[in-house]
Design a protein around this ligand. Structure first.
Ligand code: ADP
Ligand code: MG
Length: 328
């Protein structure tokens, strides 16, 4: 099983940031209101993600570490309309096979009910021991890729790897402003993002993630047409960045990269402002889950729209209108 898991790990876990991504998705799926992330040495030494979600009961803890043990899908219909973020049931098993991983959790209100699970050895058998923990879950991943030297060799500098982790956190923090996030690197707080439950705090979250310069040079967008709804912020032409790193597009809360989407946005910028090089945006598209397929790739950054043309023209016309309004 370890070998099979290591092969699967190649698909799911290619660097520390992918561990953080999977962990955050699990925490959010579990209804966490607060997530604390601790990183050491760019994630190669330690990744710890602690949440206050529902937790995992002692009896389910072993199951959580087994491949394809997902508690999130029980029927084909579920797969058709995936509402939770994780659904493949292989992340934890994969991570466990390429690191020293412990999963500590508690599904009850009494701290002493906490339990810690480790999967070890050739057969990845799971050992449980009591471990005090408040309701919620802590995933601890040490020495990532210690047993897959080829993969470990591909890790970049601490700074680069941490940059990828920060990016993953920023994306989730944008999509879930109702959840508090703290990110520490080598014991120093890098981001502290309190939950936002009103508009003022939502803007603070936006500024905490995108920076003051973007805040001062963006316009907000909100439009609904039929089953499609777009909400968010787009940068003014005065807001220019050397890199194309402020482009966030969410479909039903999930961050995606999609040619059709970036084409529509670029096209609108070009049409109205005569430049479409590095538009900055934070946009949230909502549509009925049945009209978008998210089960395209294990890392889940891709989607397939049932009606791509409609989405394209909706995005284009919405941005076109918003940008034309503010044209200098
Ligand atoms: P998936 O998320 O695709 O189901 P994972 O391997 O990521 O698969 O997780 C396996 C299972 O472990 C989940 O289905 C869930 O039941 C449980 N789990 C993992 N992380 C958490 C968490 N932070 N809080 C509660 N349950 C969790
Ligand atoms: Mg998962």
């Amino acid at each position: 099983p370890r070998i099979a898991n290591q092969i699967a790990a190649g698909e799911v876990v290619d660097r520390p940031a992918s561990v953080v991504k999977e962990a955050l998705e699990n925490s959010l799926d579990a209804g966490a209101r607060r997530i604390d992330i601790d990183i050491e040495a760019g994630g190669s030494q330690l990744i710890r993600v602690r949440d206050d979600g529902l937790g995992i009961g002692r009896d389910d803890l072993t199951l959580a570490l087994e491949r394809h043990a997902t508690s999130k899908i029980s029927t084909i219909e579920d797969l058709e309309a995936v509402a939770t973020l994780g659904f493949r049931g292989e992340a934890l098993a994969s991570i466990a096979s390429v690191s020293r991983m412990t999963l500590t959790s508690n599904a009850s209100d009494s701290v002493s009910d906490g339990c810690c699970a480790v999967a070890e050895g050739r057969d990845m058998s799971v050992t449980l021991r009591p471990a005090p923990h408040p309701r919620g879950t802590s995933l601890e991943v040490r020495d990532l890729f210690y047993n897959t030297p080829a993969r470990r060799k591909f890790l970049r500098t601490e700074k680069t790897e941490f940059g990828h982790i920060d990016e993953v956190v920023r994306r989730q923090a944008l999509s879930r402003s109702d959840v508090s996030f703290t990110l520490r690197h080598n014991n120093k707080v890098v981001r502290s993002l309190p939950a936002a439950d009103d508009d003022g705090l939502l803007l603070r979250r936006l500024s905490g993630v995108c920076g003051e310069a973007f805040m001062a040079q963006c316009v907000s967008i909100e439009r609904e047409a039929g089953a499609l709804m777009l909400q968010g912020w787009v940068g003014l032409p005065t807001f220019s960045r050397s890199q194309a790193d402020l482009q966030y597009f969410f479909v039903n809360g999930r961050v995606i990269r999609d040619k059709l989407v970036s084409h529509a946005i670029k096209q609108a910028y070009r049409d109205v402002l005569f430049h479409g090089r590095h538009p900055a945006y934070v946009l949230f598209l909502s549509l009925p889950p049945a009209r978008v397929d998210v089960n395209v790739h294990p890392t889940k950054h891709e989607v397939r729209f049932r009606d791509g043309r409609e989405v394209h023209s909706f995005l284009f016309s919405t941005l076109h209108r918003a940008l034309a309004d503010i044209r200098p």
